[in-house]
Each structure stands twice: as C-alpha cells, then as structure tokens.
Design a protein around this ligand. Structure first.
Ligand code: SF4
Length: 496
C-alpha cells in the first residue's frame, strides 16, 4: 500500500488506520505502483478556525473518498488531536465506501479503550458521558463504547491505590509441543530445541533467585505470579516441581498464582497435582475452538474430546479458577460453528472465559487458501454472540485489549464470574504496578507512580528474545541485564 500525505499528519497514524480496513497490509518502502496497489491520499487544509481533511483510496479503476471538517476546540483536545479526528473521519468514510465495512471501534487505534474511559470517569464524567465521547470522538459503535465502560468500571473496582504499591512476577516458558499455524509468539517447538528445556530451567532458576532477591531487597509485596508460554505444561511433573519450589522459596504468600497450562494435549493429573501442591490456584485450558476441522486446519494437534478430558482433570484437582481461551474468526470457522463452541463451553461453568479475535499475521497466509474472513463478518457475529451468551449467564467483561490486524478490527475480552477475575491480566494490561519478568522474551516493566498531571512513566527491560540467546547470555549479557534491572529499580526509588 502506498500512502501520500499533504499537511501536518503523522504517516504512522494513517498506516494504523489502513490496518483497520486492510488487516495484514504492508507498507514497503519504494513500492512500485501497479493496478493492484492501493494508494491512500490524505490532504489536510488548516485555517484559523479549524482543519479540513480530504482522504481517498484508489486501486485500479476503483476510487472512493471522504471529506471531514473539524473546528479547533480545546474541550476536545489540542490541535494534533483535532487533526487526527478530521483525518480519521475522512479516511473512515473513504474506507467504508471502498470495503463496505464499518470498523466497530471507529478510528480508535489504541490498545486499551478501557484505560481511556477510566480517564474520562476519573475526570468526573458519568459512564453515559464517557460512552458518548467514544461514539462522538472516535466513531465507535454504541455496543463497543458500552463494553469499554463496563470493563473500565470492573477495573476501577479491582485496582486500588494499595495495589499500585505491589508488584507481580511473570515467568516465561517459551516451548510448545508443536507449532499452531497462526502463532506469532516466541516459542520453540522442534525436538532439537526442546532438548534445551533442562538447561533453560537451570538458567531460569538463577534468574528467579536474582529477581526475587531484588524484590525482597526493595521490600515489595508480590501480588500475583503468572507462569506463561508457550505452553508451561510441556514441562514434566518433576520439572514443574523444580520450578514451582524455586518460586515458592521466595514467595510464600501470593494473592493469585496462575499456571497458563495451555494446550490440552500436555495436561496430566500429576502435573496439575504438583501445581496445586505449590499453591497454584488458577490455570488456563485453551481449546480456541471445538470445531474439529478448524482445530486440524490451525495445527492444534488436539481434539475437542481431549480438551474436555483435560478440563475434567483440572476440575478434579480443586483449583479455584479455570480459564478457557477461545478465538473468534479463525480461518475457515463460521459464526454458527463458534456459537456451537460457546454453547458447549458454557455448561462447564469455568470461572473465566477469554474470547480473543483472530489476528492476521500476513493477509497473504489466509487469502491464499480463500479462508480469510477479510471483512470480519463471521468474527463480528461470533463476538456479539459470545458477549450476549456470557453476560446472560453471569459472566462480566473485566479486561480487554486490542491488537493491530485482528479480523474485523475486533477486541480480546476476558470474562469472569464475579469474584474470579484474573488479577494478573488487569495489573499487566492496565500498567498498575511493576511486573518483574524472568525467562527468554520476557519484559520487566517498571511502572512509576502517576505524576501530578496523571502521566505514568514506564521503563522496560528486555530479556533476550529466544531461549538459545537467553542461555548464551548467561555470562556477560546476564550481568548487564542484572545491572540494568538494579539501575531501573534504583531510579524507581529515587536512589540514583
Ligand atoms: S500454543 Fe500458543 S505459543 Fe504455542 S505454538 Fe500455539 S499459539 Fe504459539
């Protein structure tokens, strides 16, 4: 796609708007213009009273356009904000005419709509006013504006000032038994790389010692621990015992301890009993869909029956909360089949159900076999159904995030029965407090307490991305990383 801009506008903003209508689109430098190329043009004209945007999308013989005028208005935002609204609205008109698709979140490109709503609520707006602002300023649909308000209210109930002084700990196990077709995470799956697991665990244990030592030195309380993946239950029961005992040595008390077990084909009774023995109280058994054809197409290597068996095993261990991950809009899945998945999951009475929307890595991957739900209609119906079915049976949406390139420009929503919300998800997503992270690809995030103007400073410290690099950097790299961590901690406490 080629983008041409005239006027005061950040090209990156227009790129993110393009992704709303063309998921997976790329913007190569010096792209040759052929009859297949989409050419987006945005012209901005400013006067003393406001700004006018004129946007068009051209491909071969097809051309659509949109025009929008917005007055400078300090009550809405500064000039940059007003320019974005004008350009966004003009582009949205052009995009709707070109594709016949209306993005449900309008021109909202941020990851966390609920955070914005929370800011409106804290500034004294009523929930109705906050929803109406999302509709007027971002052209979000009233359903989505209402959802964002519900999530913001749930988060506000759960995030107290006390929680901001705590921290959480994330442990990465980036290994999986096989690779799902849609995977965009760092995870080793080949038998040769899986042989690294014992060495990885030894290095991870040292990482945990150092990180937890620092947490103790800083006098912080660990509110939640989350072991994520990959697929953490790829570890044997003995390996889990080793890992969990190391964590417990440092953190005897914790509010929530999650093992994102993950793939049903790795879950066994002895692994879960080991987890429960060390106080794990929340796990995730993820099927994504119960449609056998779709499971096979996306390379999940487990059946619906295996999912139910793994869920039953988990239930019998007496865990406090079980989460089930689903994905709406998977290649070749339909709204009817997703509805059947949701209907079959509901009787299980899982405490948490998370409904993700399929994220397109490269549109070519799915266009190639004609399986890509480009306009997202099936995904949209699936998401609408899941919201209705879950809220009518006692679940509430409590956490939400958006990603670029999701089918239908839809969101990912965590639903919970009241009192069973996954706290780590909220603390991490809403940047409530420091998240210390151990393991390859993990990122430690220092969240500084809000400044007087409400702004929050975040400092990130990255671990090496791949397990191989993580192991290689056990000497020099490790020392440097530890120094970075200690420096950031010192800055956090004003000790520099
Ligand atoms: S289970 Fe998750 S991390 Fe593992 S291959 Fe599948 S999508 Fe990737």
């Amino acid at each position: 796609m080629i983008i041409r801009i005239q006027g005061n506008l950040n090209p990156y903003y227009i790129q993110t708007l393009c992704m709303l209508f063309f998921p997976g689109v790329k913007f190569p430098e010096n792209e040759e213009c052929t009859p297949e190329t989409h050419v987006v043009t945005v012209n901005m004209t400013e006067t003393e009273t406001g700004v006018a945007a004129d946007a068009s999308i051209l491909q071969g013989e097809t051309k659509t356009g949109g025009i929008w005028q917005e007055n400078w208005n300090a009550a809405i935002g500064d000039k940059d904000r007003i320019r974005k609204i004008a350009a966004g609205r003009a582009f949205m008109l052009a995009g709707e005419a070109f594709t016949g698709f209306t993005p449900p979140w309008g021109i909202m490109t941020g990851v966390r709509p609920a955070k914005l709503v929370s800011e409106y609520l804290h500034a004294g707006r009523t929930p109705e006013e906050a929803a109406s602002m999302l509709e007027k300023e971002f052209f979000a649909s009233s359903d989505k504006a209402h959802l964002a308000v519900q999530v913001a209210q749930a988060e506000d109930r759960l995030i107290t000032d006390e929680k901001r002084k705590d921290c959480s700990l994330y442990i990465a196990i980036p290994f999986c038994p096989t690779r799902c077709a849609y995977c965009s995470f760092v995870s080793y799956t080949s038998p040769n790389l899986l042989k690294l697991i014992p060495d990885y665990l030894a290095a991870l244990a040292e990482d945990i010692d150092h990180t937890c030592g620092l947490i103790r030195q800083l006098g912080l309380r660990v509110a939640t621990v989350y072991i994520g993946g990959g697929t953490p239950t790829i570890l044997t029961a003995d390996q889990l015992d080793f890992l969990l005992s190391r964590i417990r040595k440092w953190i005897p008390e914790v509010e929530e301890f999650t093992l994102e077990a993950g793939r049903p084909d790795t879950i066994t009774k002895d692994k879960l009993e080991t987890a429960v023995r060390y106080g794990v109280d929340r796990i995730s058994v993820n099927t994504q869909t119960l449609n056998e054809d779709v499971l096979a197409r996306i390379g999940r290597k487990h059946t619906a029956a295996e999912f139910f068996a793994a869920y039953e095993t988990a239930r019998q261990t007496g865990l406090k909360a079980i989460n089930i991950d689903l994905i709406a809009g998977l290649p070749s899945d339909t709204a009817d089949s997703f509805r059947a998945t949701v209907d079959a999951i509901l009787p299980l009475q899982a405490e948490n159900i998370t409904v993700h929307t399929f994220c397109v890595k490269k549109s070519a991957d799915f266009k190639a076999d004609g399986m890509f739900d480009r306009d997202g209609l099936e995904a949209m119906k699936s998401v609408q159904y899941s919201y209705r079915a879950l809220t009518e049976t006692g679940y509430l949406p409590y956490y939400m995030y958006r990603q670029k390139n999701t089918v239908g420009n839809l969101e990912n929503v965590g639903y919970a029965k009241p009192g069973y919300e996954g706290l780590y998800n909220i603390y991490m997503m809403e940047e409530v407090h420091i998240i210390f992270s151990c393991g390859a690809s993990a990122v430690t995030k220092f969240v500084f307490l809000p400044a007087e103007d409400g702004s929050v400073r975040i400092e990130r410290i990255f671990q090496p991305k791949y397990p191989y690099e993580y192991l290689r950097e056990q000497t020099e790299g490790d020392r440097k990383r530890r120094m970075d961590l200690e420096k950031a901690a010192a800055a956090f406490y004003g000790l520099e």
